[in-house]
Write a protein that binds this ligand. Structure first.
Ligand code: SAM
Length: 235
């Protein structure tokens, strides 16, 4: 059994040969491409396995993501958490979005080489794409890791979510404090806290917090605001 397979088994993920192969090939492409393009500071095998792969799929243990539903990963960077989620949940229709086109080119290479289906990588800024009717309120789930503080992030992400869908924010130990700071913004954007889930990534004793926000009303057309406002003047 490979180290990665052991890790998944230990964490109660059932992974077949093809899925394992996808993870291994993705790690090779990530490490190789990282030599010429800044994708991640984490390249050591065990660290990639825990901090990128396991960390990306752990939310699947805590949130029941409906079969064949759609999910958008905002600020996906090197494809995290969206690609590992795709490897584990082939049924999901996934969009990976990032504002850096070089990263999107890398993601398209991974999608092509691994022959992944029902997944696409799109170049754009969340606060602009969220105003575009093609993407606005079209997804059952939005997810995001390590992009910005929650009060900014909800303005980036909630506009993409359909009424009745969810935004899953992957946070570390600051999660509760960030929620308190973002409470008003969540309400303004048509969201409502569903729950906050705390758990540990079994590596360097890292605390994790998932903030699950349900979309209960359409987001007012005023949002997301242009001109960098979600970041410079969070709601
Ligand atoms: C620190 S990286 C995290 C990447 C990945 N989510 C992860 O967990 O490894 C933040 C990423 O968000 C992207 N990003 C930042 N602001 C954005 C925005 N407004 N719209 C889309 N992408 C954005 C950046 O280009 C970068 O790739």
């Amino acid at each position: 059994m490979s180290k990665l397979e052991e890790l998944f088994v230990k964490n109660e993920f059932k992974i077949d040969e093809n899925q394992l192969d996808n993870f291994e090939k993705y790690r090779d492409l990530l490490v190789e491409t990282n030599k010429v393009l800044n994708l991640t500071s984490i390249t050591e095998e065990v660290e990639v396995n825990y901090k990128h792969f396991l960390d990306s799929i752990l939310p699947l243990k805590y949130v029941d993501i409906r079969e064949n539903s759609s999910l958008i990963d905002i600020g996906t960077g090197a494809g995290l958490p969206g690609l590992p989620i795709k490897f584990v949940r082939k049924d999901l229709n996934i969009v990976l979005m990032d504002s850096l086109n070089k990263r999107i080119k890398f993601l398209n290479k991974v999608i092509g080489e691994l022959k992944l289906e029902k997944i696409e990588a799109i170049h754009g800024r969340a606060e602009e794409m969220g105003r575009n009717a093609k993407y606005r309120e079209k997804y059952d789930y939005a997810i995001s890791r390590a992009v910005s503080r929650l009060n900014t992030l909800v303005e980036y992400c909630l506009p993409f979510v359909k009424v009745g869908g969810y935004f899953i924010s992957m946070k570390g130990p600051s999660g509760h404090e960030e929620y308190a700071e973002a409470k008003k913004a969540i309400e303004t954007l048509g969201g409502k806290l569903e729950k906050i889930i705390d758990y540990n990534l079994d590596y360097e004793d890292s605390e994790r917090t998932l903030i699950i926000i349900k979309k209960i009303k359409n987001t007012n057309k005023k949002y997301p605001r242009a001109g960098g406002k979600p970041k410079s003047k969070p709601l």
